[in-house]
Design a protein around this ligand. Structure first.
Ligand SMILES: [Zn+2]
Ligand SMILES: [Zn+2]
Length: 372
């Protein structure tokens, strides 16, 4: 009996789905998330168990190391739940068994699917399509989507056909998902350099998730874990800054342009618990672009940073208390980001003093005019 070989960049569940015609020949392990003995949720695509890998290896004859690489925790040893794209994350509280189970938010690149189709290859889900640290395809610098461009449905399935290899199709209108987003096609000529820059920042995040030291020309004096923690913290503090909604909207308005959202509407409100991990692809692109503008020296080199500095608006949005706390956290905040944030704090204090003086002088002038 021959089994389907996994593609090196494939997600575990995608490979298992492709093997389904052979299901009778083996006991297919469960693809659903479940709680481990400590009560924590575990998803087989993120944390496949050793016994599952061994069982699959003995059933298929494929090397355990090759199978392990299809699980995100083996591909990215530093992965944590903030960098996985979730559709739903239940609490770890054991009493709530009626909740839906932990589930991944899979996005896809229509160009990768189009290449599969043109090459007569079976369509498959790339492991990176389940990552929250990715709004763009690293191969095509092309925006990832999570819904059908024809009918807007988020449900899809791998459709087999007697004429050719399996295709990834919309479950509602049944069209192939390799069709490109017409909005993205129209935007591409103008947005391409921005997409490429953000895809480059996402590649740096993925490298950091493998434990690789970031390029010190771009992320000076920053370790892999600092780059990851800084990214998570920038998103989290921004999502929680609800008291300064006006300033936060100013920042989002700047990034929520069609080039990043691909649609006219504003992206959804970020989650206060896991802003990046639970974000839609458009919100994810906006959040990652904000982080890139603050952390990546390449962002400045692209000439995309006109107007007020992003780090200044972000610092004012989260407030000086949260900012000082972040600066003091030497494990998370690198010395480079510390310097940038201190400079932003200084500029913002100067700005506030100036506007206070302007207001005071205006009040004085009106008072003088009134008495005259
Ligand atoms: Zn692609
Ligand atoms: Zn559809």
């Amino acid at each position: 009996m021959t089994f389907v070989e996994p593609f090196p960049d494939e997600l575990l569940s995608s490979w298992l789905t492709r093997m389904r015609p052979n299901r009778n020949a083996m006991n297919e392990p469960s693809l659903r998330a479940s709680r481990n003995s400590a009560g924590h949720w575990r998803h087989p695509d993120v944390h496949p168990t050793k016994s599952m890998i061994t069982e699959l290896a003995s059933n298929t004859g494929i090397a355990p190391t090759q199978i392990a690489k299809l699980g995100l925790c083996y591909r990215y040893p530093r992965i944590n739940p903030d960098f996985v794209a979730w559709r739903y994350v239940p609490s770890d509280y054991l009493g709530r068994d009626c909740e839906p189970a932990l589930s991944l938010r899979i996005t896809w690149c229509s160009r990768c699917l189009a290449e599969d189709y043109a090459g007569g290859r079976a369509a498959y889900v790339r492991a990176d399509w389940a990552m929250a640290a990715g709004g763009f395809c690293s191969r095509h610098n092309w925006p990832l989507v999570d819904r059908c461009v024809t009918c807007g449905s988020v449900d899809w399935a791998m459709k087999r056909s007697p004429q050719g290899p399996p295709r990834m199709c919309c479950a509602r209108c049944r069209r192939g998902l390799e069709r490109a987003n017409p909005g993205a096609l129209e935007l591409e000529p103008a947005a391409h350099s921005l997409w490429k820059m953000i895809a480059g920042f996402e590649a740096a995040l993925r490298d950091a998730l493998t434990g690789k030291v970031p390029d010190q020309f771009r992320f000076n004096d920053t370790s892999a874990s600092q780059l990851l923690d800084e990214t998570s913290t920038i998103c989290l503090l921004l999502a929680r800054a609800r008291r300064r909604a006006g300033l936060r909207d100013e920042l989002f308005d700047r990034f929520a342009t069609p080039a990043l959202t691909l649609e006219d509407g504003c992206p959804d409100e970020p989650s206060c618990e896991m802003p990046l991990a639970l974000a839609s692809p458009s919100l994810r692109r906006c959040l990652i672009a904000i982080c890139a503008a603050m952390l990546d020296a390449d962002y400045g080199a692209t000439g995309l940073c006109q107007g007020k500095l992003v780090v200044d608006i972000w610092s004012r949005t989260i407030g000086s208390m949260a900012l000082k706390h972040f600066i003091q956290d030497r494990l998370t905040c690198s010395s480079t980001l510390k310097r940038k944030l201190e400079a932003a704090l200084h500029r913002n204090e100067q700005f506030e003093r100036m506007s206070y003086l302007r207001d005071a002088s205006h009040t004085y002038e009106t008072l003088f005019q009134d008495s005259a």
